[in-house]
Design a protein around this ligand. Structure first.
Ligand SMILES: Cc1ncc(COP(=O)(O)O)c(C=O)c1O
Length: 386
């Protein structure tokens, strides 16, 4: 006898349960790309996979060594981490980002995706609240809204939003998927709007060190958030950072959030109860990664070369590039539906992400991640030349 027949209520998590969280969430879009991946894999020269922004180069040695040296850590690490970690984060924010921030206003996270997905829940948002994010965006902002029962809302400009309903406003510069960078004036205006309406502005800055034709600025920079007035410089603001891209650490889950010290404290309390702890060896690796700028410069050099090779080949093939002044993506179009482009490139063994994964506004674009080896990039360039 099935346990889900008419005389028994379904177990939680089973189909038909009164409230299954996965039913609230969008369909995981990557499954739709699978047939195109199969086509691309069949190319005699093999697959050139530009569909996902996942690092392919080695973890820098200085970071591997720090991780290895910290493997004998039998005890529980803390959610806040040792003071050395918070000082390393604050020091990096001061040195590289220009943020005037102390170690009390930073919090390590287990990769930034979990924070993006769970932040609205952890801040107590729910039905009746709105979570707003850019019209073309990383899909997890919407997921975070849905997980807590809040209403997801897309925006091009904050002027379209209802300041009395939005409780959390996502900003993402440099942007995934478009590579667009918001200038100081635009960020300042957005901060002013958020503060006026008492909306928490959360800036996802995981591509901040990957500017090519623009110099991305943090929401925590005094040019954007204003000078310190009675210790309230970062009030209502958070910045989310990740080492996944800048340090090839996607496999380590190393990231942090920083900003409004009151909100950081609240998150710390909630996350302590939830056990959202960065493993001690990763905490040690993060300290080493943030102290070293050389590996970031070296990795940037690799990406810059791949980006220009691919960009030139895509333009010669007939693509138009929009934005793409920063991040790890080229946002390109042939002015036709994205799935036609995906199919055409898959026949060449090249896999890219359809723009509609990032919202209906992307339906005539594809996103080309230049996170592939030099050899794969060269192979794709050859094929695009025909
Ligand atoms: C805009 C944006 N935010 C957050 C993330 C999550 O990065 P991670 O969880 O590796 O820190 C990504 C990953 O691609 C991203 O593109």
């Amino acid at each position: 006898m099935s346990t889900n027949d008419s005389t028994h209520a379904p177990f939680p998590g089973h189909p038909g349960a009164a409230r299954r969280v996965s039913d609230l969430l969008p369909v995981f879009p990557w499954d739709k790309l699978e047939p195109y991946k199969q086509t691309a894999l069949a190319h005699p020269g093999g697959l050139c996979d530009f569909s996902v922004g996942t690092p392919v180069d080695p973890v820098p040695e200085v970071i591997q060594k720090a991780l290895a040296a910290a493997t004998d850590t039998p005890g529980y690490p803390t959610v806040w981490g040792p003071v050395e970690l918070r000082e390393a984060v604050a020091g990096w924010l001061n040195r590289r980002v220009g943020a005037e921030i102390g170690p009390q206003a930073v919090l390590p996270t287990v990769g930034s995706k979990e924070l993006v997905a769970w932040l609205p829940t952890q801040l107590g948002l729910g039905p009746g609240d709105q979570v707003a994010y850019p019209r073309l965006a990383y899909p997890t902002y919407e997921v975070g809204a849905r997980l807590c029962g809040a209403e997801p809302v897309e925006y091009d400009s904050v002027d379209e939003l209802d300041g009395s309903r939005v409780r959390l406003l996502w900003v993402n510069s440099p942007s995934n998927p478009t590579g667009r960078v918001l200038g100081r004036d635009e960020l300042r205006r957005t901060v002013a709007w958020a503060r006026e309406h008492r909306v928490l502005l959360v800036s996802d800055e995981c591509y901040l060190e990957l500017g090519w034709e623009a110099d991305p600025v943090s929401v925590l920079h005094p040019d954007v958030c204003g000078a310190d007035e009675q210790g309230r410089q970062h009030e209502g603001l958070l910045a989310v950072h990740s080492l996944s891209k800048r340090s090839n650490l996607a496999g380590y889950r190393a990231s942090f959030v920083a900003g409004d010290p009151v909100v950081v404290r609240e998150l710390l309390e909630v996350r302590k109860h939830g056990g959202m702890i960065v493993p001690a060896p990763v905490q040690a690796a993060t300290i080493a990664a943030l102290a070293d700028d050389a590996h970031v410069a070296e990795q940037r050099g690799r990406y810059a070369a791949r980006r220009s090779a691919l960009r030139a080949a895509l333009e010669a093939y007939g693509f138009r590039v929009e934005h793409s002044e920063a991040s790890l993506y080229l946002w390109v179009t042939q002015d036709r539906p994205c799935w036609e482009t995906v199919a055409e490139l898959a026949a060449l063994g090249i896999l890219v992400a359809p723009g509609d994964f990032y919202g209906p506004a992307g339906e005539r674009f594809v996103r080309v991640a230049f996170t592939a080896t030099d050899e794969r990039v060269a192979a794709a360039v050859e094929r695009l030349r025909g």
